[in-house]
Design a protein around this ligand. Structure first.
Ligand code: NAG
Ligand code: NAG
Length: 217
């Protein structure tokens, strides 16, 4: 009885109190839902935009920062401690103590650590000098410069060949070659192996006692 009365009371009175209440409530709910949907869409749009942005950043990072270039290794200049040259046509020779200034240019976003190596100097294809290169590091985007002592000797060059060279001009064409093996460190954790070759040509001017016309590949 009470339940039936209650039911009757409800059914009977609700429309009377507010005939449009339900419809208004429904309208409000629909509007709210629409609002929420819009907000969610906006949120998705932000997330998507952020994902695209982040992907772009990662790509740029991968292309620029993680890209590893072979460092450039070259002869920069030289000074001389002793410079003995004989220009006799039939028996020319040289015996020179040179301090070769070398450079390792590391453009990478991480230091380059290289192993022990050697640098060799040639006249034509005859080796006329050699020096040890101690292992070391070239810092993040910088050029490491150091000097190695080299004895240049024409002991293996036939005296008449060199004599012929000197009869034409007062300089000795030389080439220098070397290979460095090492690793570029990226983001302080990854190591990427990278080796670099030196291939330089130069002229040793025996009248000015200077190294000139230095060109490195
Ligand atoms: C050639 O010159 C060197 C020193 O430069 C000398 O020791 C050698 O005896 C010379 N040889 C000849 C065949 O003249
Ligand atoms: C070698 O040095 C001399 C003296 O400085 C200079 O006159 C000459 O031009 C130089 N040789 C070359 C090939 O540049």
């Amino acid at each position: 009885m009470a339940a039936t009365n209650g039911g009757q009371f409800k059914v009977g009175t609700m429309p009377a109190v507010n005939p449009y209440g339900r419809a208004d409530e429904e309208l409000a709910t629909v509007a709210q839902r629409e609002e929420r949907r819009k907000r969610r869409m906006k949120c998705f749009a932000y997330v998507a935009a952020f994902a695209v942005f982040q992907t772009a950043i990662i790509l740029i990072f991968a292309l620029v920062v993680m890209k590893v270039d072979a460092p450039k290794f070259r002869v920069r200049s030289a000074t001389f401690d002793d410079f003995q040259v004989s220009t006799l046509n039939t028996n020319a020779s040289f015996n020179i103590r040179m301090n070769a200034n070398l450079a390792i240019k590391n453009k990478n976003f991480g230091r380059y650590k290289y192993e022990d190596s050697t640098i060799e100097f040639f006249y034509q294809d005859i080796k006329v000098g050699e020096a040890a290169i101690p292992s070391g590091k070239a810092k993040f985007r910088s050029t490491k410069k150091f000097t190695v002592p080299v004895v240049l000797s024409s002991a293996s060059v036939p005296g008449n060949v060199l004599g012929d060279e000197f009869s034409r001009h007062a300089w000795v064409p030389l080439t220098s070659r070397s290979t460095l093996k090492g690793k570029v460190r990226l983001m302080l954790i990854f190591n990427k192996k990278k080796s670099t070759n030196m291939n330089c040509i130069m002229n040793l001017n025996i009248s000015s006692k200077q190294l000139q016309d230095l060109v490195c590949q």
